[in-house]
Design a binder for this molecule. Sequence first.
Ligand code: 13P
Ligand code: SF4
Length: 333
Amino acid sequence: MIDVADVQPAGIDRFPTRRQLPPERLDSLSREILALKKKLNAVILAHNYQVPEIQDVADYVGDSLGLSQHAAKTSAEVIVFCGVHFMAETAKILNPNKVVILPDKDAGCSLESSCPAERLKALQDTNPNFYTIAYINCSAEVKALSDVICTSGNAVKIVNGAPKDKDLLFVPDENLGSWVMEQTGRPMTLWRGFCYVHVEWTHTSLLRIRQQHPGAPLVAHPECTKAVRMLADEVCSTEKMVQFCKTNPSQVFIIATEAGMLHRLEKECPGKAFIPAPTDHCRCNECKFMKMNTLEKLYNCMEDLQPRIELSPDIIRRARLPIDRMLEISARA
Ligand code: 13P
Ligand code: SF4
């Protein structure tokens, strides 16, 4: 069995921005959250990038695809969404009659903010033959303007299933879009948005860590740049990272995605070690938006049933169609 201390220097906090709760406070807050969950008939859904203490009280932890699939089928009356705003919005679109809350309503996403609906509409108006594929990291208004939604976990399948006689427009992540073009061979017009976290990794920073750990596979998210993806042994969504690391015989992996992922990987792959890929200039592999959610805010939002996601019936109706199309294509063999 690998000793984690052999590959990770001691004393480095993986989550430098996190305010650590004293253990007794952590325990009592976690217990109160679980009691409130029962009382409210609520389900807690958490993205893989949430802090460990939130992942540990969640009913389901996963990637954007798994989270939307869970949101689509839950029978709970209240959905507590621990992720960023667009993810909670997607849960609301799928459950218009349920209460959907999130710990911090300001938990945004650089991809979402790069693509305002009016600018997308203006581009769509230049070509009536566009078929718009929107990465789920976008607002409900952008979803409402799109033909189909995709996540990093199903983007290749969605693009392969797109009508052959259409001009594909992929928004808002240029890096994911270019990776999907490489995988499918389908040309697409790409929106020039990016994830501010995933573009921090560079070819040089990854080459350096690969040289230090020559046998360790590099696993990277498709939001990384091509210069990083070309060094990776596996490029995949956060959920597929779990499957890859479970089944790959290596005992050590280099992970190029947000730091929250390491907790999930360590839980699912006991005995294996995960090295966070270093960036060039900073320790910035944390998404400041994902990390706005804390265990205390989670408790408060359940206690107050606020902040709530509210969307107009028209947006819900129009945004639902491309999400349902994605879920239907995803379920195909
Ligand atoms: P996944 O769907 O792969 O979890 O990615 C979501 C995300 O926001 C990546 O930055
Ligand atoms: Fe958005 Fe990047 Fe944060 Fe994911 S990691 S939520 S893409 S800003």
